[in-house]
Design a protein around this ligand. Structure first.
Ligand code: SF4
Length: 260
């Protein structure tokens, strides 16, 4: 199957459908499909997704969360971002705690979970070996995220970036999608907030740095649930979303379910 490419998509639904057919990175195509064939013993009854994972959340989201890449036995198994692994357990529990997710768990694409005003995405859409995409793979995947952010541009007001890899990957994407970045480029840090000015294409955008929800960070206490909830709540406020779940302001973000 060949993908029509991100530029051909004029809606998020078209983009989400198109990305699932991408085979541009030979190493990642081979790995994602091998993992889907071999499976982990605990999931041997699963029909693994084994393809690129699209963004998850409403097409008029006011807030985005940018991670790194799908996990081999998480999103590469379930087909939904951060769904079915320990990192997702932490992220969705926090999103539910601050009123942005309809339930605290995310186990499968058909579990009924809905996000309120938030879209979760990643700079690399295929599971990489050892969770480490190469710079070339990151750059090859960039047009998918760039087009996603262009399509979100009219409503998008805040972005939470999980980890330094996502931060480094996102900055050129934002520039490509017409946001004006400060010089020198801002460095990643947990709690860092950078505001990008409004343009003719959309409102001001606030970037929030946050440690990644990896087990390495959450098991060691480098990132606690309270730290994560604090960043998510601040980003929700910047986006005009009340952490309690009520919405306000001009960004009338709807709800989304399934794979976007
Ligand atoms: Fe395509 Fe991105 Fe997957 Fe590479 S990582 S094959 S560009 S979807």
């Amino acid at each position: 199957m060949t993908s029509p490419g991100p530029q051909s998509a004029s809606t998020l639904a078209e983009l989400d459908a198109a990305v699932t057919g991408c085979r541009a990175c030979p190493r990642l195509v081979s790995w994602r499909e091998q993992v889907a064939r071999d499976k982990r013993a605990a999931f041997r009854d699963w029909d693994y997704w084994g393809r690129p994972v699209p963004g998850f959340g409403p097409a008029d989201a006011a807030m985005a969360i940018v991670g790194l890449a799908p996990a081999a036995h998480g999103a590469n198994r379930t087909g939904r971002m951060f769904t079915g692994d320990r990192s997702g357990d932490v992220l969705y529990a926090a999103l539910h705690q601050v009123g942005l997710a309809s339930q605290p768990t995310s186990v499968s694409a058909g579990d009924g979970l809905r996000l309120r005003g938030v879209r979760i995405t990643a700079p690399v859409r295929c599971a990489p070996p050892e969770n480490r995409p190469t710079p070339a793979e990151r750059d090859t995947c960039r047009p998918w995220l760039a087009q996603e952010l262009r399509l979100l541009r009219p409503t998008l007001r805040s972005v939470v970036v999980l980890g330094g890899f996502g931060w480094q990957a996102l900055l050129p994407v934002l520039a490509a999608a017409s946001w004006r970045l400060p010089r020198p480029l801002p460095a990643f840090g947990h709690g860092t907030v950078v505001r990008l000015p409004a343009t003719d294409s959309g409102p001001e955008l606030s970037l929030f740095g946050c440690y990644h929800v990896s087990q390495q960070n959450t098991f060691t206490g480098r990132l606690t649930p309270a730290m994560l909830e604090k960043v998510l709540a601040a980003a929700a406020t910047a986006a005009g979303l009340h952490p309690t779940g009520e919405e306000s302001g001009p960004a009338t973000a709807g709800e989304g379910a399934g794979r976007g």
